[in-house]
Every structure is written in C-alpha cells, then in structure tokens.
Design a protein around this ligand. Structure first.
Ligand code: ZN
Length: 431
C-alpha cells in the first residue's frame, strides 16, 4: 500500500454483483481507487468503518452506457414531436448555440443527477468534449468520452477526437476516450472506414448510434445495397478493439449471433426508445444469442431522467409484457447489464464487480425501508429491480471516494452547479 493512500472500510454490508448467484454479508476494504479485501461480515472492528448492520446493500455502481450529458440543458424542449421535427426544429437549432462553458455547465448538472441515482460511470458523445472531461475530472466521475463526428468533410472533427484522446485518455484512471462516428446516415462510408482503421491503429474504442429508428437504414442510402451487418464488416467497424453500439432497436433478431463477440457491446436505451417512438428492441433475442448488452438513458431531452433504475425496470418489464412471457430478462440479468456489461463496453475491464483488485466504484442501498421487507440474499436482485428506486441510494463511491452520501454531494457544490446550469439554460434558449 502506498503511503497516504486512502483506506476505507465497510462493515457488514450486503454484497451483490453479477458474478454471484446470491448476495452475501461481507466486510469490504478499499485502498486508493481499488477494492483490496472482501472479508466475512463482522471481521473488521466497529467504529472505524462505515456500518452496514446487515441492512445496507453494496453493489457495483451503475454504468450509463449511452448518453449526451449536457442535453440536461435541453430537457423538456419540443416534447412529443415526431423525431425528425423534434431534432430539426427544436434540438439542433439550440445545440448550434452551445459553447464549451455551456456544455461544461450542463455536464456537471448531469453528473449530480447521475451520482444521486447511483451511476458511477457514464458514456458521452457530444461536442466540446474537452470541457466534458474537465467536468468529470473536477467531480471525480468515471466516463467514456467520444467526440460526435457528423459529416466531417475536412477531417477536423476526427482530429479533435484524437486530440481528446491525447489529452485525456487514462487521465486520473477515470477517463477512457472512444472515437465517436455519429451514425451510418451522418458519416460517409469512406470516413467510417477511416475511423475504423484509426481505432485499430490507436487501440481506441468506438461509440456509434446503430439502427435506432425503423427508417435509419433507408435514410443512410444503403438499403438494397448491403445489410447492416455487411456494412459493419465492409467498413471494418466490427473488428475495432471495442465497439459500443447504441440503441440497436432495428437489428433483425435472426442476425443477433453476428454481434455476439467479445469486442462488441450494445447500449440498450429502453425509455428513450419508447419516448421517441423508435420501437422496442428485440432484447431477448440478443441475450439468447449471447450478445453483451448494457443500459443507457440517452440524453435528458429524450428520457427525461438520467436514472438507470428506470432503465432497469423498463428493460425487464417491457419485454415481459410485449412478449407475454414473465421469464424474459430476469432482474439479475438487468443488473448485470447496468453494471459490468457497461463498464466493459466503455473499455474498463476492472470495473463493475465487487471483487478484490477491481476499482472501487460502488453504491450503498438502504434496505431498511418498508418496501424491502422480505428481502434475503437469494431474492435481493428482484427487490432492487422491481421494488427499489434511486431514492434508496445512500452512498455513491467512485474510485474509492464517496462522492455522494445521504443526499449531499461531498466534492461538488450543488447550489453553484444548479445555478450555473439554470443560467446556461436561459442563455441557450434565449438565442
Ligand atoms: Zn444518442
């Protein structure tokens, strides 16, 4: 242990992660940003540790695997409009007024919301991403960042994305940078090939919107010429080191097996897909084929919460209902999607489990409440997904630091951040 490395102890907490069949009462020690020991409950002396008393769950922090954090400033704009009208008339004109300061203010607002609802790591694809990185570092938040690349006839956006990687990849152990080609209908095929090659040369991952709406493939101009799977093979995207495909609503279920690869993760956004009327992804087919699926909220303008608990419940319940099959998408599977699967999708191979050597990204959930009466170590995942909510989160720990505890942000000034965001919103919507 390095001198001065912060050590924290959690006594008699109820530990669950996706590698366990049942929860277990344990003591947990973290040193610096890692989990270093998991011991039988009650091994540690009381008094020098956070006391769980067997009534506080400790699970991996949630990973929000798809989003546009600064869209918190656009929340509520153009509600319930058709998708293209919403984008073209309400969202894009406002986004044109964004600058680095506004994006940073909106991102910090998003980070407050995510920390208070149990998210410890978020994906972001947007603009002014150096300012997003600053916001995350100042708050101590983990993230996977990409510069959204649209068009890019002069190559400046790809260059900007690579500079983001030079400046921030690996910073403080918190940031992984990905390349961010927006979608097959906004990025020409030659550029998509170039980005895939760049990813292979640099080892960077890629975030890509993929088949979100039913008309996307015809808009891309590729319908009738090649299948989406041929496109991924032809551009080389399917072979990049780490490919995070957001949405995946309109993949033909029979093609699921194509995506069951160690370097590919889907970011499923059930609430955004419902709200924008995009459809319902054939999630059971993906899971059956062995595709790694994570959960995301998408931007706050299309959700409108950055709360993974909602996604857990929508992912698990929607499929049961539309398929008339209550066995689909079990609660433990939904929690796996919300934790370790998202971490892998963003290139963090040592995040998302409560395991010695893993990064100490975890949340504390208060089980001593009326709606948890009856929980036990076998049924905990069901209680969390079907009865729990983000208001049960009592602590959010990122890289060993408790960033949120009992309603307070330990390292962030809630008042200042919300005031700055409110002012940013006023500026942005007044233009
Ligand atoms: Zn998106």
């Amino acid at each position: 242990m390095e001198r001065g490395m912060m050590k924290r102890q959690y006594r008699d907490v109820v530990v669950w992660d996706a590698e366990r069949t049942a929860a277990e009462r344990c003591d947990v020690i973290t040193e610096g940003d890692r989990i270093t020991s998991i011991l039988p409950a009650g091994t540690l002396d009381s008094g020098c540790a956070y006391e769980g008393r067997g009534k506080m769950a400790l699970i991996p922090g949630f990973v929000n695997a798809h989003g546009h954090a600064a869209m918190t400033l656009l929340r509520g704009l153009g509600e319930e409009l058709p998708l293209m009208e919403w984008l073209q008339e309400r969202i894009w004109p406002v986004e044109n007024g964004l600058d680095g300061d506004l994006v940073k203010a909106g991102t910090k607002l998003a980070i407050l919301e995510m920390l208070s609802t149990g998210t410890t790591c978020f994906a972001d694809m947007y603009f002014f991403m150096d300012r997003v990185a600053e916001a995350a570092l100042e708050c101590g938040m983990r993230c996977g960042l990409s510069r959204g690349i649209v068009g890019d006839s002069d190559g400046s956006k790809l260059k900007e994305n690579l500079k983001l990687a030079d400046d921030f990849n690996g910073r403080d152990g918190l940031i992984n940078v990905q390349l961010g080609p927006h979608a097959p209908y906004t990025v020409p095929m030659e550029l998509m090939k170039e980005i895939a090659n760049t990813a292979k040369d640099t080892g960077l991952g890629v975030q890509l919107h993929w088949l979100e709406t039913s008309s996307e493939w015809s808009i891309s101009g590729l319908e009738g010429k090649m299948t989406p799977e041929d496109y991924l093979a032809e551009t080389g995207m399917i072979d990049v080191p780490n490919l995070l495909l957001a949405h995946c609503v309109w993949i033909r279920p029979q093609e699921s097996a194509f995506y069951a690869r160690d370097n590919v993760t889907f970011a499923h956004n059930p609430k955004s897909n419902l709200k924008l009327g995009s459809g319902i992804a054939p999630l059971p087919a993906y899971l059956k084929a062995g595709v790694r699926v994570a959960l995301g909220t998408d931007g706050a303008a299309s959700n409108n919460r950055l709360d993974i608990w909602d996604e857990l419940r929508f992912a698990a319940l929607t499929q049961k209902g539309v398929n008339k099959d209550p066995t689909l998408v079990a609660s433990a599977e939904a929690l796996r999607m919300a934790t370790v699967n998202g971490a892998i999708g963003l290139g963090f191979r040592d995040v998302g489990l409560i395991k010695e050597g893993y990064r100490a990204d975890m949340i504390l959930i208060d089980l001593d409440q009326p709606h948890y009466v009856g929980w036990d170590c076998e049924n905990l995942s069901g209680f969390l997904v079907y009865a729990g909510s983000s208001s049960d989160v009592k602590g959010t720990v990122v890289a060993g630091k408790m960033l949120y505890q009992d309603g307070d942000f330990v390292f962030a000034d809630r008042k200042r951040i919300t005031e700055e965001a409110a002012e940013a919103r006023r500026k942005l919507t007044a233009r």
